[in-house]
Design a protein around this ligand. Structure first.
Ligand SMILES: C[S@@+](CC[C@H](N)C(=O)[O-])C[C@H]1O[C@@H](n2cnc3c(N)ncnc32)[C@H](O)[C@@H]1O
Length: 368
């Protein structure tokens, strides 16, 4: 769907925070991938690249990516390929100009750094262009930053998940699916891997629809073959949310993305939200993060899994929440202090090797 309005458009707070996270991640991704002896090359591909610039002159994601590469690894002798697709001719033209403006001299020769820019629908072109680039068989980072409707064939996500060292970042707007649940045809089911469960949102109370659709989408990406998913919402102070999902098969990728997330510049007025939190509380203060949502998630975890090693709860935080493992002990403290959770050694000293469970009188209670 081409841009509905002028190109370029103003940068909103979410986008600035999203770019900050991309930038931090790409400064890690390029050096790690391109110094790994397993590969001779890697590809960065955007299916919805935009014009490379915003209304006040801020960089778009393609410029951020090329710059991260140029700053980090231009001395490595491995090839980096770039693919940018957009279905709005204005974006394609402007991106071509912006790349020339930002990099008047190529960071690497054409042979070592091919850059392909195409106009067309991502659903038609993305896979084919990656074929033409000979990108498969080596790592691909696919950034799928649509208007939130994620119009990418599910088979493409499966192929990325199956391709060595490859990862995906998808932005997704559940509102789109909530609003059009009764109007969207079979193509919308393909976004969820052909599973029509998401359509049950139409019969849910309004307050539950968004979270239900996010859960369906997360499940679809998991089923596509990504071992680890990091998904979170970026929420501005007015409450507008943008949902991001990162899929990888590598623990290190997940850790690096989570580091990038928690290091995001604080000036953006943006908080994270864990879409699994029953109370949907946003975390605005990163230096001293609000841990109530994690306490709730840990309580739910103990409720469903019984007594668990704190170390395993740290893994749960890393793999299944927006939080970091180092937040877990602090988030458990109020549960232990209030008697909701108990340690098997009878003390209140929470250590990584402690076994912790819900107190017998709270076992059956629904966690809040
Ligand atoms: C959210 S913007 C991308 C912003 C960019 N990633 C950035 O952060 O600077 C989405 C872009 O996707 C393009 N687009 C929308 N639907 C598309 C489709 N089906 N195929 C290709 N491009 C599409 C729009 O023209 C728009 O430029």
């Amino acid at each position: 769907m081409p841009v509905d309005g002028p190109v370029p458009w103003p940068l909103v707070e979410h986008t600035a925070a999203k770019h900050n996270i991309y930038n931090r991640y790409l400064h890690r991704w390029f050096p790690i991938i391109l110094s790994d002896d397993s590969w001779n090359e890697a590809t960065y591909a955007e299916g919805f690249s935009g014009p490379g610039i915003y209304a006040a002159g801020e960089d778009g994601s393609p410029i951020i990516a090329v710059r991260a590469f140029a700053e980090e690894v231009s001395n490595l002798s491995k090839k980096a390929k770039f693919l940018f697709i957009d279905d709005d001719q204005r974006c394609v033209t402007m991106l071509t100009e912006q790349l020339t403006r930002a990099f008047p001299q190529r960071p690497r020769s054409l042979g070592m750094m091919p850059v392909v820019i195409r106009k067309g629908k991502s659903e038609d072109l993305l896979e084919r262009e990656l074929d033409d680039l000979g990108a498969w068989g080596a790592p691909i980072l696919a950034v799928l930053d649509s208007w939130g409707n994620a119009p990418v064939p599910y088979s493409f996500l499966q192929r990325i998940a199956d391709n060595p060292g490859s990862e995906v970042i998808v932005t997704f707007k559940p509102q789109h699916f909530v609003r059009f649940v009764d109007d969207l045809g079979d193509g919308a089911d393909d976004v969820f891997g052909g599973d029509r469960t998401w359509r049950q949102a139409s019969s849910l109370p309004s307050s539950e629809k968004r979270q239900f659709i996010l859960t369906c989408y997360r499940n679809a990406l998991k089923t596509a073959g990504f071992r680890y998913l990091l998904d979170f919402e970026l929420v501005d102070r007015r409450g507008d949310a943008l949902y991001l999902v990162f899929g990888t098969n590598h623990r290190r990728g997940l850790e690096k993305m989570k580091d990038s997330l928690w290091e995001v510049d604080k000036v953006f007025g943006i908080g994270f939200r864990d879409p699994r939190d029953s109370q949907l509380e946003t975390l605005f203060e990163f230096t001293d993060p609000e841990l109530n949502p994690l306490s709730r998630l840990l309580r739910e975890r103990l409720h469903t899994h019984g007594p668990t090693l704190v170390n395993d709860l740290c893994d749960f935080a890393l793999f299944d929440t927006v939080f970091r493992p180092q937040h877990v002990i602090d988030a458990l403290r109020p549960l232990v202090r209030s008697g909701v959770a108990v340690l098997d050694d009878g003390t209140r000293q929470i250590r990584r090797r402690s076994l912790i469970g819900l107190a017998p009188n709270t076992q059956g209670a629904t966690p809040r």
